[in-house]
Design a binder for this molecule. Structure first.
Ligand code: C2O
Ligand code: CU
Ligand code: CU
Length: 485
């Protein structure tokens, strides 16, 4: 097995990569490849295929998938060792309907343990796919539950203890779409791959030999592994050709630890859905901030852009601006009669219904002061043998989350809860902007900020995770367990 970066990572990988530049790549002092690639937009945006439902009647959703190693060429003449589901990088899009029985068999063909987590799904704890449900190499896992939530753009990724960041980085992730009567009825673009486009945005960093530069040390753990190349659906600077008047982009910040501001050079768009489904009504915006793990569905009206190209720009927090993708407006055939004024009534949970308030402090301490133990929630690091919070089944709770950082270590965090969708009550006492007033499962928490969220814990008992979705923080232990009892 010569999958050395994948299996070893860490400092050994830096040494192995060396600095043998061929002239094709410029190297910075650490031996990473710098951003000098020709962004020529000659590649068509890859569309992850829809995973085939093995139940031909469509009454249930039955799928089969394998996590496997692969290879892909991101640079001419260089092979990158990757991983994917049923392929070399990323995985197929799973599409189900609310109310459908979902049954999937996943084979772990990786040489190490993995899990398969359903990010954003409301589901029985034993099928959550978190660190409590490891799948040994060569083994398979067979989650079986009924979809019990509204239309939304969710996703899946591995979640094995201490391994999430590295496995996602190599390509293990995919989209999970739920449809329902509302998404059927709404006059919005819904032709998958034609005017309803999955857009998985991920930055990456490479060694000079073409391998992913995934390293885990104190610096990368604290700051996250931040890349200087931007991939969209696994492709570098691709082009999306559209021949419809309107296009719906299902944006996922699928990066390990980056925060993205996504825009189209000032071109306004309508945001129609947040993490957990449709907003009350389309919200007109010119940019959207997504932390790692967050999603947004946006609709662009291209009618005045026929024959033109539109750039999708991604600004990385504390980093660069990337022209991540071009949208080539080939034609503007009418795809719908106009975006509806209202989408659905988002059920708001009144604060007065809360049974309990819990407080969480996400803390980063300066390096050296506490040794390696510097990223914590309520002063603790993740321990699989400890239940941190017990929540009563059926309870409505407010979780008050503070990002408290030592002066020199101020960093944003991205709080994510399994099993539930929540609503943001306020940010530092102020109502969140309207596009953040819908259903959420992941929320950006700025340095020094306190965010209050409210949720109901319904239907299922069992143990679930809450954690920072900066995957290097999560892997370092910025995670806890809540048990619904
Ligand atoms: Cu997307 Cu526990 O994670
Ligand atoms: Cu999750
Ligand atoms: Cu964090």
């Amino acid at each position: 097995m010569k999958r050395r970066q994948f299996m070893q990572g860490g400092l050994a990988a830096i040494a192995l990569a060396g600095v043998g530049s061929t002239g094709l790549f410029l190297l910075n002092k650490k031996g990473f490849v710098s951003t000098v690639y020709a962004a020529d937009f000659s590649t068509a945006l890859p569309i992850p295929p829809l995973l085939e439902n093995l139940d031909k009647t469509g009454l249930t959703a039955q799928f089969k998938m394998a996590a496997q190693l692969g290879q892909r060429s991101f640079f001419p003449g260089k092979i990158t060792e990757t991983a994917g589901y049923n392929g070399n990088f990323l995985g197929p899009t799973i599409r189900v309907r609310n109310g459908q029985r979902f049954n999937l068999r996943v084979d772990n063909n990786l040489p190490e343990v993995t899990t398969l987590h359903w990010h954003g799904l409301h589901l029985p704890a034993k099928w959550d796919g978190g660190p409590r449900q490891p799948i040994a190499p060569g083994a398979s896992w067979n989650p079986d539950f009924t979809i019990k939530q509204q239309a939304a753009t969710l996703w899946y990724h591995p979640h094995a203890m201490g391994k999430t960041g590295e496995q996602v980085y190599h390509g293990l992730a995919g989209l999970f779409l739920i449809e329902d009567e509302v998404s059927d009825r709404l006059d919005i673009p819904k032709n998958y791959g034609v005017d309803d486009i999955p857009v998985v945005i991920q930055d990456r960093r490479f060694f000079s030999d073409g391998q992913f530069a995934y390293v885990q040390n104190m610096h990368e753990t604290m700051n996250g592994v931040i890349g200087n190349y931007m991939l969209v659906n696994g492709a570098m600077s691709p082009t999306l050709s559209v021949d419809k008047q309107r296009v719906r982009l299902r944006l996922l910040n699928g990066s390990n630890s980056s925060i993205y501001k996504i825009s189209f050079g000032g071109q306004p768009f309508q945001m129609i859905a947040s993490d957990g489904g449709f907003l009350d009504r389309p919200v007109s915006m010119t940019s959207i901030l997504l932390s790692a793990g967050e999603r947004a569905e946006v609709v662009l009206d291209l009618s005045s852009l026929k024959g033109k190209k539109l750039s999708m720009l991604v600004d990385q927090r504390g980093g660069d601006r990337f022209e991540a993708m071009q949208i080539n407006v080939v034609k503007t055939l009418q795809s719908s009669t106009g975006l509806p004024q209202t989408l659905q009534k988002v059920e708001r949970i009144p604060e007065s219904e809360a049974d309990y308030t819990r407080r969480f402090v996400m803390q980063s301490m300066g390096m050296g002061m506490m040794g390696g133990g510097s990223l914590t929630i309520n002063g603790k690091k993740m321990d699989l043998n400890r239940i941190d919070e017990k929540v009563k089944l059926g309870a409505t709770e407010i979780w008050e989350i503070t990002n408290k950082s030592a002066m020199m270590m101020s960093m944003p965090h991205s709080m994510h809860l399994h099993d539930v969708q929540f609503q943001i009550l306020d940010r530092d006492g102020r109502r969140p902007p309207v596009h953040e007033q819908g259903r959420k499962d992941t929320v950006l928490i700025q340095p020094g900020e306190t965010v209050r969220i409210i949720s109901r814990f319904l239907d299922y008992k069992g143990v679930y995770m809450y954690h920072c979705h900066l995957l290097e923080h999560e892997d370092d232990g910025m995670m806890g367990q809540f048990e619904v009892i």
